[in-house]
Design a protein around this ligand. Structure first.
Ligand SMILES: [Zn+2]
Length: 260
């Protein structure tokens, strides 16, 4: 008989197998959405009150049944830097200025914080290697996705076995950019319409393209769903384009399960 696990409104499961779980946290609902950090936010470096961040983290840790030190939240800077998580506790300095994480450790949640940028999870279940990257336009062009795949290969993963999942991110229809940004992307990811004053970029599409180039089979890359657009659905997801940079973040993460 099929069973469904119910989660709080701020937690969504994208995939769950015997080997791993991919999830994201978002605003949740029903509370006071007037605050740009409501209801649920674990990001500690975008202006939220430390008590709210700590309370949200406690709720997530409890929901996942994790040890306190097993929730890894890097401070991101739109870099292309990847950190390998291979022991606990993680030195906070090791995850400063880091925009992607990879691990072989079970029962450790590695994730990235985003509000419009693309969070992408990559897993080689057979090898027991997981990765997650924050790909805004700067990081994506800078190679953060390629670097994440590279770090996973070094840990024994194989691109042909990688499964890919996108968390909440801005859709192409919403992602208006300046000409100078559009010019940096391959033309196939730049969209122009008569009714749009400026070009748009398909950022999830570009990230998928990087993964295809790295050898990930297209059928293993789950299509980005417009339902996950942060700007189309600011009631559900944090969107910096709606709420400003000083706002909460969606947290997209992957957790390997212990092998029995
Ligand atoms: Zn949208």
């Amino acid at each position: 008989m099929a069973s469904s696990v119910s989660h709080p409104s701020w937690l969504t499961c994208l995939a769950s197998t015997s080997g791993y779980q991919v999830m994201f946290t978002s605003r949740g609902g029903g509370g006071n959405q007037k605050s740009p950090y409501a209801d649920f936010n674990i990001c500690h470096y975008t202006g939220d009150a430390p008590e709210h961040v700590a309370a949200s983290r406690r709720m997530l840790i409890k929901e996942l049944g994790l040890d306190t030190g097993s929730l890894i939240v890097p401070r991101q800077t739109h870099s292309a830097n990847v950190q390998v998580i291979d022991s606990l506790p993680v030195d906070p300095a090791a995850i400063e200025g880091v925009d992607a994480l990879v691990t072989r450790m079970p029962e450790v949640a590695i994730g990235v914080s985003t509000a419009d940028c693309v969070p992408v999870v990559i897993v080689d279940e057979q090898a027991g290697v997981a990765g997650v990257a924050h790909a805004g336009w700067r990081g994506a062009l800078g190679g953060v996705v390629d670097n994440t795949v590279g770090a996973m290969l070094e840990l024994g993963a194989d691109a042909s076995r990688m499964d890919v999942f996108f968390g909440p991110a801005i859709c192409c229809d919403c992602f208006e950019v300046g000409e100078e940004v559009a010019a940096r992307f391959p033309e196939e990811y730049v969209v122009r319409r008569a009714e749009w004053p400026r070009p748009h970029v398909d950022l999830p599409g570009y990230v998928a393209g990087r993964l295809l180039s790295a050898g990930v089979p297209s059928e293993r890359i789950r299509n980005f769903s417009p339902d996950l657009c942060t700007r189309c659905h600011p009631d559900r997801y944090f969107s910096a384009r709606i709420a400003g940079v000083e706002s909460g973040r969606n947290f997209t993460f992957v957790m390997l399960k212990r092998r029995i």
